[in-house]
Design a protein around this ligand. Structure first.
Ligand code: KG4
Length: 333
């Protein structure tokens, strides 16, 4: 079964063709990040306009690159929540038009479910149940993935998402948006023990996370040093910050896997691209004798293939949408 899949929840327009939920025939991605970089973050109105300009051309390109004709497409899948509402609406309306014109089913896909499903593309042997940590620019969740379409949130961030914290810290350090990759580059050669940052715990909610205190601690440290005219070792600050993020993600996930008795741990989302976080997970999973699944870098960030992968399993579960499908800025997984 071939699914034409759309992703437009933030600043990537992506169109993919995925076969049977596991095989990528093509994954066309157009990132707008450089357009938003001058503003230090995503400007929703600009994002919506760019999606409108790109989505039709990308769709044409995807169908050509997949080596198929429109009549070979069996269904259309689209990320319909959560995300920037104007941006999500572009994908939803275009997908509705495609499904209607081709007379094929329309499948709504939750964006974070898509991130999780990126792992099905990378690991053919991976099947639920498993424990998943989903860490992206807008969300940080620990999810009990009981089945392909049956998930329960075990914990989430109480404030900023992990990616958001990378982006805001990068801004304080004078690094470009999005900040995750530049912080990773910048932290090379830094001493991760030089600065000690807080790792938050929410009393009575062991799987919930919080990153706003960490962000504030970095801002205060930089501003205090500037006021006193002191030099900051920025590479070590970036390394120490990344260590603090990793320390609030990895042990918590390992603890949840232990408590729930899961031997498979899956990590998903843009922040899963971080080399330090990947290495910490690998070490701890090996130590605990659990199997670890993290997508290759190109499937960590937003892409259309992940929507096609999850769309397949939603389709098998009987999920369909009509022409009244709406976009949603927030929605529980
Ligand atoms: O999953 P994603 O592409 O978009 C959302 O669905 O939000 O995640 C984007 C986030 C950004 O905050 C970006 O700074 C972060 O992922 N990111 C990273 C790295 N690459 C991207 N964070 C840490 N280290 C990286 N190498």
């Amino acid at each position: 079964m071939k699914i034409l899949a759309f992703e437009s929840t933030c600043d990537e327009t992506a169109v993919a063709v995925v076969e049977d939920g596991r095989k990528i025939l093509t994954d066309q991605i157009l990132s707008q990040a450089s357009l938003h970089a001058v503003y230090g973050g995503v400007v929703p109105e600009i994002a919506s306009r760019c999606h409108v300009e790109a989505i039709s051309i990308l769709s044409q390109r995807a169908i050509e690159a997949a080596g198929i004709g429109k009549k070979d497409i069996d269904a259309v899948a689209v990320s319909y929540a959560p995300g920037l509402i104007g941006a999500v609406l572009v994908g939803v309306n275009f997908a509705k038009a495609c499904a209607s014109a081709l007379g094929i089913p329309l499948i709504p896909v939750h964006h974070i479910r898509g991130h999780i499903a990126a792992n099905y593309l990378a690991y053919p042997e991976l099947e639920p149940p498993f424990l998943c940590l989903a860490i992206s620019g807008g969300n940080s969740l620990l999810v009990d993935v009981r089945d392909y379409t049956d998930m329960k949130i075990l914990g989430c961030t109480r404030d900023d998402a992990a990616g958001e914290c990378f982006d805001k810290t990068a801004r304080v350090l004078g690094l470009p948006y999005p900040g995750g990759r530049p912080i990773e580059e910048f932290s090379k050669g830094g001493d991760d023990t030089k600065y000690v940052f807080p790792t938050a715990h929410v009393e009575g909610h062991p799987y919930d996370m919080s990153f706003s205190g960490l962000k504030t601690a970095v801002i205060n440290l930089v501003h205090n040093a500037e006021q006193k005219g002191e030099e900051i070792d920025r590479a070590s600050l970036a390394a120490s910050f990344t260590k603090a993020v990793s320390d609030s993600l990895v042990p918590r996930t390992m603890q949840a896997a232990e408590a729930l008795g899961y031997d498979k741990i899956v990590v998903a989302g843009g922040v899963a691209a971080n080399a330090r976080i990947r290495a910490d997970f690998k070490r701890e999973a090996e130590k605990a004798g659990r199997r670890l699944f993290i997508p290759p870098l190109k499937l960590c960030g937003d892409n259309g293939a992940m929507v096609g992968a999850q769309g397949y399993y939603e389709y098998l579960a009987g999920v369909r949408a009509g022409s009244d499908l709406n976009a949603y800025a927030t929605m529980e997984i």
